[in-house]
Design a protein around this ligand. Sequence first.
Ligand SMILES: N[C@@H](CCC[C@H](N)C(=O)O)C(=O)O
Length: 287
Amino acid sequence: MKFTKLHGLGNDYVYVNCFEEPLDGVDLPELARRVSDRHFGIGGDGLILIMPSDKADFRMRVFNNDGSEAKNCGNGLRCVSKYVYDHALTDNQSFSIETLGGIVFPVVHVGDDSKVVTVTIDMGEPRFNCTDIPMATRTAPQFIEQLFEVEGRAFTMTSLSMGNPHAILFVDEVRGEDVHKLGPIIEHHPLFPERTNVEFIKVLDPKHIQFRVWERGSGETLACGTGACAAAVAAIQSGQTERNVTIHLLGGDLHIEWREADNHVYMTGSATEVFTGVYGGEIPKLA
Ligand SMILES: N[C@@H](CCC[C@H](N)C(=O)O)C(=O)O
């Protein structure tokens, strides 16, 4: 199986071009677990398939490194955009990509060597309704800047969907020990029937946010594009930042704008191809 390794700010996935490698009859969750393994596989935060679509120009499927399928992936979308343009699957600089969380609209920005350097994506509207996240609260239809208690500690938390679920905790200091201890507990909290991604954010000033993430199904990653969008929306909604903010993630910066005019979230950041190869391990088949 031919593959390409790409990353968005260190959020790295194994990408397979399913126009060439259809992967019919393959046990995709098991394949994701095997190729993501950093010791016995290729290594990555998961597996992303670039596929034909009957609703958009392309389709992206995302599998976390535990094999669970995700509905969206912001860094993955920028990398898929780079791949389809650099590998001549399209010669348009703007196109559409279908995800399980909806259709999104990337625009690629090309460098002097005609390769994609950065990508801006219209990620659509944030969804605050608990039924859309999903979140099992019985008290209100939305969970915005609410008290959330976990492990004897109290946080202000906002939950929303960017096609996938996010729980954003406003903290005074972003600490790795909190990410590693509280991240998995909140990921599996009964309030989130489909689990959740968990973001710890500190608003530095009206234009900058410090960010770390515990990703559902992958653990701590160096960056999360949908998480950065969700963090920006939560901070903007709380009145602490302007509508245009820079998110400082462990792997680098993302620029997020939540436009008043259309209520859509726009994410801009880099996408990087690392290497291509052929996976020589056994491809697991469905029974
Ligand atoms: N890294 C991604 C998000 C990947 C999916 C997520 N773990 C989920 O299960 O929803 C991003 O850049 O958005």
